[in-house]
Write a protein that binds this ligand. Structure first.
Ligand code: ZN
Length: 195
């Protein structure tokens, strides 16, 4: 499967094949940048920004075709809970999940779609790289073990790299796990600001 296959199968399910690949790609990229669960109504607002057809149709198509995954969040006796099925029974009170107050639907991209997007973006990037610089890049990589590339904003997440906050969170996790010896002071200063 690829992003293109995924788009074709969705498009074929709409009456007039209204879903344009470019719009589909831009829309999914916007969700990929958000990179976390969002309230359903915010997701519908984003869809509305891009689509020509009814946003509810898109929403259902995306859920039914494993582009979006859903989490049902609710409160029970002041405890925050979540479930994957709205009809499931609450562990705390035995009522159905969707019968609680503060019940809300959250949505995010599935792992599969995130992978297809990363692959599509990687191919897109490499098809746009000026090939004459590749030997230089390879040479740098081979000879300098500590080199860090700074690439323009908007490139890292689509290619599957963490954003700044997640990068620091990962460092913090490593630091806590291994108590990294080298440069531990500087890493410690950065990680102190994170929960
Ligand atoms: Zn309950």
């Amino acid at each position: 499967m690829s992003l293109m296959n995924c788009w074709e199968s969705i498009r074929d399910k709409t009456e007039n094949k209204e879903i344009d690949f470019e719009i589909f790609y831009l829309l999914l990229s916007e969700f990929q940048k958000i990179n976390s669960y969002q309230k359903k109504r915010n997701v519908e607002k984003i869809i509305k920004k891009y689509c020509l057809v009814n946003e509810l149709l898109w929403f259902d198509l995306f859920v039914n075709n494993q582009i979006f995954k859903i989490e049902y969040r609710y409160e029970c006796n002041d405890v925050s809970c979540s479930e994957k099925i709205s009809e499931a029974k609450c562990d705390l009170c035995g009522e159905k999940v969707n019968e609680h107050d503060e019940f809300e639907i959250f949505v995010r991209l599935t792992k599969n779609i995130e992978e297809y997007l990363k692959e599509y973006n990687r191919n897109l990037l490499f098809s746009n790289i000026n090939k004459k610089y590749l030997p230089t890049l390879k040479d740098i990589k081979k000879n300098l073990s500590d080199v860090v590339f700074f690439i323009g904003a908007g490139v890292s997440i689509p290619l599957g790299f963490p954003n700044w906050v997640n990068l620091l969170k990962n460092w913090r996790k490593d630091w806590l796990k291994n108590r990294i010896k080298k440069n531990s002071k500087s890493i410690l200063i950065m990680v102190m600001f994170l929960k």
